[in-house]
Design a protein around this ligand. Structure first.
Ligand SMILES: [Zn+2]
Length: 62
């Protein structure tokens, strides 16, 4: 299978980003059927662990 560099539109920031042949090959090798929907920047944003909202647990009454 041959891969060509391809431009996709990011679903988060709306910018076009390059999905290069190497990455497409990686997706293919890993059995991923879907094209990436987010650019690298946005994917990195989402890699941060979500903040836990446990402020309720801290409301201790004395
Ligand atoms: Zn983006």
């Amino acid at each position: 299978m041959e891969f060509k560099d391809k431009y996709l539109k990011c679903a988060v920031c709306g910018r076009e980003f390059l999905w290069d042949a190497g990455e497409q090959s990686w997706y293919h090798l890993n059995g991923l059927q879907n094209e990436p929907r987010r650019c690298k920047d946005c994917r990195n944003e989402h890699r941060r662990p979500p903040k836990k909202q446990d402020s309720d647990a801290l409301s201790i009454e004395n």
